[in-house]
Design a protein around this ligand. Structure first.
Ligand SMILES: N[C@@H](CCC(=O)N[C@@H](CS)C(=O)NCC(=O)O)C(=O)O
Length: 198
């Protein structure tokens, strides 16, 4: 019996949450949601997340959605996995920055680019694509992971979104980012997550 449940739609954003939980190494119940078959809009799933979106988790009776919030919550809830620099650690600020950068900056910038949307970079919160990419590149030039030498839950958020760039061929040749993605995809927890994508 586990007190952690993860609602997961294969090949959707919730792959990042399953990957995280596999990295945490804690037992969990996986509830598959047929996103492409419309299950996120059915009453059973809307009772879990009225927004109709995966991922969602339930832990100790509390339901939580939004993958960055889930990531910050679970990495702190299971500190023994070492995926979150603790409060007081000098890396904590960078960790919070990059975790929030995923949904606040990187993801909307990628979606805007992939859909060819014409937005004023001064008016949208994420700014210009070239600036967003250069911020990520500059950080990754400092070490193998987004915090430098230390792998953290923020890599799952950032690396997951960068993986879309490669998968959907949205990026010019970029050996630094490609090596980062390959490094993350080589992790055993990533491989275990992929087995849930059917
Ligand atoms: N802001 C949410 C976005 C989640 C999201 O967009 N999930 C998509 C799958 S990639 C979804 O569940 N779509 C189903 C629907 O809208 O019915 C998060 O970061 O967790």
């Amino acid at each position: 019996m586990t007190n952690l449940t993860v609602w997961h739609g294969p090949n959707t954003r919730s792959t990042g949450t399953v990957w995280l939980v596999e990295e945490l190494g804690v037992p969990y119940e996986l509830k598959k949601v047929d996103v492409f078959g419309g299950a996120t809009r059915g009453p059973d799933f809307l009772a879990v997340n009225p927004a109709g979106k995966v991922p969602a988790i339930r832990h100790e009776g509390k339901t939580l959605t939004e993958m960055a919030a889930i990531s910050l919550y679970l990495a702190d809830a299971f500190p023994e996995a070492g995926l979150a620099p603790a409060i007081g650690d000098s890396l904590r600020a960078d960790y919070l920055y990059w975790s929030v950068f995923r949904p606040g900056v990187l993801e909307p910038a990628i979606i805007t680019k992939s859909q060819g949307l014409d937005v004023d970079p001064r008016m949208v919160g994420w700014g210009a694509w070239d600036t967003v990419l250069s911020l990520v590149e500059a950080q990754l030039a400092r070490g193998p992971y987004i915090l430098g030498e230390r792998f953290s839950a923020a890599d799952i958020l950032i690396g997951g979104a960068l993986g879309w760039l490669k998968h959907f061929k949205l990026m010019d040749d970029n050996p630094g980012i490609e090596a980062y993605i390959d490094r993350l995809h080589g992790r055993p927890a990533y491989t275990r997550m992929q087995a849930t994508n059917t």
